[in-house]
Write a new protein. Structure first.
Lengths: 380, 298
């Protein structure tokens, strides 16, 4: 321990010089990173007191999408397994949470348990289902897998529509789980040390804490031996197998972890939505998450967070641009496209453009910018 | 018995459309190694153009279909050149994700073009019926099957007999070797997209024939062609025709008999039958009925 501290002290001011392997592999391996993380956390803590109510909910959604995006990135970015089935696991998580933590009403099951019970299970149940499906998924590679997981979404949607005691059925839906942790309601107004907070602000902080824990856990998974075996399978699965990495075990693990993240994200998301219907967990939600990781950058946790920020904020940004563009503000109104159509189109265009021009996503843009200033005024 | 015949005919008609869509996927997959998730949107656009030429411009149905196919082929060429050509040499799933992006864009454009008014393709069959073996059969189902098979036959002949078709097959087999033989590989990619988009357009026209209007929701039908190509094998023409018919029949028979015999499976169970068949097939044969087993080296 003292040796590490010693060596870190000696290289102060020389960010790229690591004298121990542990120092290089540390989560925040440079002082600059530590500095900016601190600034970021501080900003996040202060932010909800300056934002409007709907914006607080939107930023909360960013955290939730980041959790789901990180999960998909572990599977697709790190382990190289393309999944269009992420929405299915979000749905499973949301309904697990709703059944365990929701209120029973009009033919819908709800046990009303504590969040300390339903939150872990909202992750574990999807993870278990993924673990059961994984041997099948491990048999197929690449685009075959994408289609297989696409089938999962459609079959899942059908089951959600038919399992009326659990989901309320098509077009009806049900109330989500209630985030009551040890008797403390995380989705109601509270007063802390004389500061009044409305329920969205309270929930914002709760989700932020979960998000930080899960993001750190993902970073740790990525730099552990599991993360390295993911990368080995992604880069050359046969070679990985020859080196003794079990394909089945690695893929099952990647699937399960990814489903765990998706389940947690689904459970948290359902509380923000307020009422969940089986149609929520469709193909297009899966595409949203693909967009999060492709726009954010494959195989980076930070990228997933920025991708989530981008994808969730995009409608808001487009909305605020309507005043300057020839577009109608409602469905079927004049202009070339209305707002919703424009959102979707910009979404599609961005996916295409990022893949063509900057496959590393927003993270890649950041790397370019950083390298430009690192060597400034020289170009290399 | 009557139900059975109606159901079989509908299944074959649907199967014909699936086979067309399957071919549409397979052509692009063979040439470029990419699954084109934009196919559903191409299909809807094809149906729209058929409707626009047939109803709004008042052209005869067959002329409208051919014109729509030509327009869509051109759109396919442009899409390949603009969005897919830069992805050559990148991982297949990146390119496939590009087509997911295209899907979103084209779906919105198609929805906007179609608008809120009912648009029909003005086909000559409508809801006419025939009596076959004592059962009622919709003419449109037979027309779907026959036209689909003829179109697939023409494409097959083109690939087998023509010089360009040979070049396309060579490209599918080995791009570098094809390049070495003086084949313009890029042009073959474009051509694949053109043919594929035209086939999708034909599928769209056939699917919306028979009285229903052109809607963006038929995208879900086109997605069911994905189980078809999995069942048939991603790179097999024969597989996609046979699998298309199998899936079409299975879906149609389920629609007729599942509410009677297995109502506990829920409403609209037939929609997910293709996916269930696909999963079962993947468990038994990961490369489908006729797909080439991938040979991997370290």
């Amino acid at each position: 321990m003292s040796a590490t501290t010693e060596s870190r002290r000696t290289v102060r001011g020389r960010a790229q010089l690591f004298t121990t392997y542990a120092a290089e592999m540390a989560i925040f391996n440079t002082g600059v990173k530590r500095f900016w993380i601190a600034i970021g956390v501080l900003a996040v803590l202060v932010l909800p007191f300056f934002l409007a109510r709907d914006m607080v909910a939107l930023v909360t959604t960013v955290f939730i999408f980041a959790i789901g995006g990180i999960g998909l990135n572990l599977l697709t970015g790190y382990a190289g397994q393309v999944s269009l089935g992420h929405a299915f696991f979000l749905g499973i998580g949301a309904y697990t949470a709703a059944v365990l933590g929701g209120e029973a009403s009009r033919g819908v099951i709800g046990l009303g348990l504590d969040m300390a019970i339903w939150l872990p299970l909202a992750g574990l149940v999807p993870a278990l289902i993924a673990f059961v499906i994984a041997p099948l998924a491990a048999r197929v590679r690449g685009l075959y897998l994408a289609i297989l997981t696409l089938g999962l979404v459609f079959i899942g949607e059908h089951i959600f529509k038919e399992a009326k005691p659990i989901t309320g059925g098509a077009g009806v839906g049900r109330d989500p789980a209630e985030p009551v942790l040890f008797g403390f309601d995380l989705f109601s107004n509270h007063e802390f040390f004389g500061v009044r907070m409305d329920r969205f602000q309270v929930y914002y902080f709760a989700v932020f804490v979960i998000f930080v824990v899960m993001a750190l856990a993902a970073r740790n998974i990525a730099r552990s031996r599991f993360g390295r075996s993911f990368a080995a399978v992604r880069d050359r699965d046969i070679a990985a197998e020859v080196m003794g990495v079990s394909l089945l075990r690695t893929k099952s693990l990647a699937f399960s972890i990814s489903a765990f993240y998706a389940g947690i994200a689904g459970a948290l998301l359902s509380i923000i939505i307020g009422r969940i219907s089986p149609e929520t967990w469709n193909f297009f939600l899966s595409i949203d998450f693909l967009a999060v990781i492709f726009i954010g950058g494959l195989a980076t946790i930070t990228g997933s967070i920025f991708g989530a920020l981008f994808v969730v904020m995009l409608p808001k940004i487009v909305n605020s641009l309507t005043a300057y563009l020839p577009i109608g503000s409602g469905v079927g109104e004049g202009g070339i496209f209305n707002v919703f159509e424009l959102q979707s189109i910009i979404f599609g265009v961005l996916i295409v453009l990022f893949l063509i021009l900057e496959p590393r996503g927003l993270y890649g843009l950041w790397l370019r910018l950083r390298n430009y200033f690192k060597t400034w005024p020289f170009s290399y | 018995m009557e139900d059975l015949i109606t159901s079989l005919a509908r299944g074959l008609g649907l199967g014909g459309v699936y086979a067309l869509l399957g071919i549409s996927f397979v052509i692009i997959y063979r040439a470029t190694g990419v699954i084109n998730f934009a196919t559903p949107a191409l299909m809807i656009l094809g149906a729209f153009f058929t409707g626009a030429f047939g109803t709004q411009a008042g052209l005869p149905f067959y002329v409208a279909v051919v014109l729509a196919m030509i327009v869509m082929a051109l759109i396919g060429l442009v899409l390949e050149r603009v969005a897919l050509r830069p992805m050559v040499g990148r991982p297949a799933f990146s390119a496939a994700t590009v087509t997911v992006g295209l899907f979103i864009i084209l779906l919105i454009v198609a929805g906007r073009l179609i608008g809120s008014e009912l648009l029909t393709v003005n086909d000559p069959w409508g809801l006419n019926t025939l009596s076959v073996l004592g059962g009622t059969v919709f003419v449109v189902d037979l027309a779907r099957l026959v036209i689909a098979l003829v179109a697939i036959g023409i494409v097959g002949l083109f690939l087998v007999r023509s010089r360009t078709g040979l070049a396309m097959r060579a490209t599918a087999l080995d791009q570098e070797t094809a390049l070495a033989q003086g084949i313009n590989v890029g042009r073959m990619f474009g051509l694949s997209w053109g043919i594929s988009a035209a086939m999708a357009a034909l599928a769209g026209a056939l699917l919306t024939a028979g009285g229903s209007g052109v809607e963006t929701t038929i995208a879900l039908v086109a997605l069911k062609a994905l189980p078809v190509i999995i069942l048939g094998g991603l790179d097999s023409f024969k597989g996609s025709v046979i699998a298309g018919l199998i899936i079409g029949l299975a879906e149609s028979l389920t629609r007729t008999y599942q509410p009677l015999y297995a109502p506990w499976l829920g409403a609209n169970f037939d929609i997910i039958v293709p996916y269930i068949i696909m999963i079962i097939v993947l468990m038994v044969r990961p490369y489908g009925l006729y797909g080439t087993k991938e040979v991997v080296r370290v």
